[in-house]
Design a protein around this ligand. Sequence first.
Ligand code: 1GP
Length: 260
Amino acid sequence: MARALWRKSRLVGKVERYILDKIKEKRAIHMTLIDPQKTGGSDCAVIAEEAATAGSSAIMVGGSTLASKSDLDEAVKDIKSRVEVPVILFPNDVAGVSRHADAIWFMSLLNSRNTYYVIDAQALSAYTIKSYGLETLPLGYIIIGDGGTVGFIGQARGIPYDRPELAMAYSLAAQTLGMRFVYLEAGSGAKAPIPLDMIKLVRSQLTVPLIIGGGIREGAAARAAVEAGADIIVTGNLVEETKGVRESINDIISNIEDGR
Ligand code: 1GP
């Protein structure tokens, strides 16, 4: 199935071009999410390096309850010194911005009942992000189910797992508003990942890349999500400890990327 995964535009920066090219080349890619609040000190950089060596296409840095900008800055700098792949911020709030990253998911939590997470935090941080020269990746972020911590903090009206048509409606709205990525989020550590029929329905209507995360713990689940239509698989919990990072990530990547 031909998918219009990218468009030529002055707005598309280096990291976005890299992501789109990688998806085109590999069919689907993996990103490792590191939360500096959960993974303290130098472990962030160790895990990032292992993950990148195992084939993660980017390192995302952020967490739902992250509050210390200096901890974030340190973690991003450490990670940047150890990996070649892009380091992309995954902000929970204005505290999730660091000048040291390569890019930021400039994201709106579309199904929050609080406008702070839909547009106000973005308005508060847009000028700072621009002045840092950070590349912005416009992202519609949609919580499915209760969403765990991010669902609670983000005051989400989570879309029920058995309502794929609602996920499709919000995803299509995101794309129509000009967002260039859509992320269906089950929440970190979710008991069940995003349902496959939901991914399929969203994919059938969406042309921008579709990101799936939350509760993916092994290759088979990642493969099923990609076969249903995911372009990017995000895992976090899988590698919160420094042990066994390569094996875990290899299992995901060998199941989703072509030619591996
Ligand atoms: C959370 O979707 C990500 O924002 C990753 O979830 O920690 O369950 O892999 P896990």
